[in-house]
Design a protein around this ligand. Sequence first.
Ligand code: MN
Length: 259
Amino acid sequence: MPTILVTNDDGVYSPGLLALTQRLRNIGRVMVLAPERNWSASSHAKTMQQPVRVHPVVLQDGSEAFATTGSPTDCVALAAAGVLDAVPDLVVSGINAGHNMGIDISYSGTVACAKEAAVKRIPGIAMSTVHPLEVDFDIRVLLEKTAEIAARISRVVLARGLPPDTLLNVNVPGAEPDAIKGMHITRMGHRRYDADEVIERTDPYGVPYYWLGGSRPQDVLDDGTDVGAVANGYVSVTPITLDMTAYGFLDALREWKLE
Ligand code: MN
C-alpha cells in the first residue's frame, strides 16, 4: 500500500484536511502532518531561524495526526526527511478553504506544499475549493466530493508518477456536487488583484494599522484556464512546474547585449 502524506496551510484542524484524510485512507496508508495554526498565503515559507516542534494531535474523527510549529512546506520537508514512520510516496495538500487559481498559486501555502514535494522528488497534488463563507449549502458535501476527486487523481498519479519538477494544482467549483459538470485540464489563468484595497484603521492608541487581502479579485475567464474552467462549473487540473523561466523573453533579453 502506498504511503500518502496529507498536509495543508489552513491548520491541522481544518475540515478540508479531515475530509481529504478520510477519503484517501481507501487508497493508501495516510499520515497527517500539518501546521498547528492557519498559514494561508504564506507561500513557500521555510523555518530556518528557530527550531520546529512536531507533536501528536487527535483529529475530530479520533484518528492520530501530527501538528507542527513550522510552516506548511516544513511539513513536507520533515516527512521527506523521514521524521514520520515512512517517507511518503505521494503528498496531497488541502483541501484548501478557498480557490488557488492564477496568481493565487504564488501566494498559496497549499500549492507550495505540492511544490516542496516536487523539490523532494515526490509527486504532489494541491486541492482547493471555495471558502465555506461563500456558499449557501452544507460545505461538507462539497468537501466529500472534492476528496473523492482527490482520491481519483491520486490513484492515477501513484500509478503513472509525475514528470520531474512538476505538480498538479486542482480546483473544484463552489457548487453542489450534482452541478459539477466534469473535469478540464487547464493552464494557469489570470486573477487580478491590482485593484486591491488596503483598509486603514486606527488603534486605541491613535496609531494607524492596515488590513490587506479583503478584496475580491477580478478573474479573466479565458477558455482553457483554471479560472475559466471553475467559473464554468468544471474541476480544473493544472500542471505546474518549478521552472519559472520566462522562455518567451529569453531571446529578446539576449538582444539587450548585457552579457
Ligand atoms: Mn489556506
